[in-house]
Design a protein around this ligand. Structure first.
Ligand SMILES: NC(=O)C1=CN([C@@H]2O[C@H](COP(=O)(O)OP(=O)(O)OC[C@H]3O[C@@H](n4cnc5c(N)ncnc54)[C@H](OP(=O)(O)O)[C@@H]3O)[C@@H](O)[C@H]2O)C=CC1
Ligand SMILES: CC(=O)[C@@H](O)[C@H](O)COP(=O)(O)O
Ligand SMILES: [Mn+2]
Length: 386
């Protein structure tokens, strides 16, 4: 039977690869709804190809431009409500969440409330509100299937296993473009340097997060919520080749890993076809060609964002939401040339210091603290340049 999929962020890196996977398996999937931001040309192509009945764009202006291209062939909705309409489309069996940042939270919650299976790429959703999202998903009996490559790897290693037999999980990290840089060298890196990921082609925000190692920090928190493990059982290991996508160590000391070329179509497809594995010739791994896999411990002194994320996760309550929002705001300031690379971590640390933790924040509190943390980043950053 064919699954109907709604894609949030269909024009982005994950969204476009999801479309590729779906086109490869047309008999198994239909696309009922798509949400994009501003990339009207890409969305128009997707509409012609996939024939969804509903699409969403970020602004009225983008909606007008899209209407010029596709006429009345599809219903067009707009803005944050548009994202929610797509996420709750009555025909959707599954919602793949690949918008970037905290913007993904509200539509994901709406999709869970509507009983949709979630294929989750948007890790910020679980970082900001893991306790709310996982509780709601359990109440609604809605599966949250990981798309993030490390979490998909762990999910695959855990098939047929029981969580109480897990001693620890080990998330692999490429180390990013500055893996071997000194702090002095990192002080002077450019935006272009930071956006040159060694192994993966991804959107700007996650690529920058990989360079600061905040991506791995967000993934530690994401893993905590997805697999229900305490932070003491979530480790990180630097693996520059990104061939081993993550590992699970069990109580008998056996370790199981998932390997493959760095290509997101494999984890995307696994989430879409789960619990089945479906044949597809995505780029295949030949370890004899790779020849060497290397490993080391992360350096929390040179990469303080990973330390801050562990701290935020262990502190719990509202702190991960504040870390997440401060990271988005500081990252934007770096990307627009306002602050230096090392300022990202120091701004996040300052915002965390200034935050009084709320133990069990509801959604409204999380949204308010998200805005507070962003404003706090701007306030402190002004002092830097004054
Ligand atoms: N890229 C990857 O390989 C991986 C990504 N992820 C996660 O997946 C998510 C998406 O990442 P990625 O695909 O790289 O990001 P991209 O920046 O490539 O894509 C982001 C998507 O979000 C859309 N978007 C942006 N602003 C808005 C808005 N205001 N309203 C509606 N849609 C909006 C963009 O639309 P438009 O372009 O039309 O403006 C685009 O479709 C992130 O949370 C990331 O952490 C996780 C693992 C791997
Ligand atoms: C593809 C994916 O899942 C990314 O999150 C990737 O892992 C980023 O690479 P880093 O290991 O450098 O963070
Ligand atoms: Mn990842």
């Amino acid at each position: 039977m064919s699954k109907a999929v709604a894609i949030l962020g269909s024009t982005g890196s994950i969204g476009r690869q999801t479309v590729e996977v779906i086109r490869r398996h047309r008999e198994q999937f239909s696309v009922c709804a798509l949400a994009a931001g501003h990339n009207v040309d890409e969305l128009a192509n997707q509409i012609r190809m996939l024939k969804p009945s509903l699409v969403s764009v970020a602004t009225e202006r983008a909606a007008e431009e899209l209407r010029e291209q596709v006429g009345n062939s599809v219903e067009i909705v707009v803005g944050d409500q548009g994202l929610i309409d797509v996420a709750t489309h009555p025909d959707a069996d599954m919602v793949l969440t690949a918008v970037v940042g905290t913007r993904g939270l509200a539509p994901t919650i709406a999709a869970i409330q509507a009983g949709k299976t979630i294929a989750l790429a948007n890790k910020e959703t679980l970082v900001a509100a893991g306790h709310v999202v996982t509780k709601l998903a359990a109440e609604k009996n809605v599966p949250i299937l990981p798309v993030d490559s490390e979490h998909s790897a762990i999910f695959q290693c855990l098939q047929g296993e029981r969580i109480p037999t897990v001693r620890r999980i080990i998330l692999t990290a490429s180390g990013g473009p500055f893996r071997e840089h000194t702090l002095e060298e990192m002080e002077h890196v450019s935006v272009a340097d930071a956006l040159r990921h060694p192994n993966w082609s991804m959107g700007a925000k996650i690529t920058l997060d990989s360079a600061t190692l905040m991506n791995k920090g967000l993934e530690v928190i994401e893993a905590h919520w997805l697999f229900g493990l305490p932070y003491e059982q979530v480790d990180v290991m630097i693996h520059p080749q990104s061939i081993i996508h993550s590992l699970v160590e069990f109580v008998d000391s056996a370790q199981i890993a998932q390997l493959g070329m760095p290509d997101m179509k494999v984890p995307i497809q696994f989430a879409l076809t789960y619990p089945e594995r479906v044949a597809a010739e995505w780029p295949r791994l030949d370890l004899t060609k790779i020849a060497q896999l290397t490993f080391s411990q992360p350096d929390l002194h040179r990469f303080p964002c990973l330390r801050l994320a562990y701290e935020a996760g262990k502190t719990g309550g509202s702190m991960p939401a504040v870390l997440n929002a401060a990271n988005e705001a500081a990252g934007s300031l770096f990307l627009n040339g306002t602050i230096g690379f090392l300022d990202i971590a120091s701004l996040i640390a300052r915002v965390m210091e200034n935050h009084s933790v709320v133990a069990d924040p509801d959604l409204e509190t999380i949204v308010a603290l998200d805005s507070w943390a962003r404003a706090e980043v701007l306030r402190i950053a002004k002092q830097y340049s004054a």
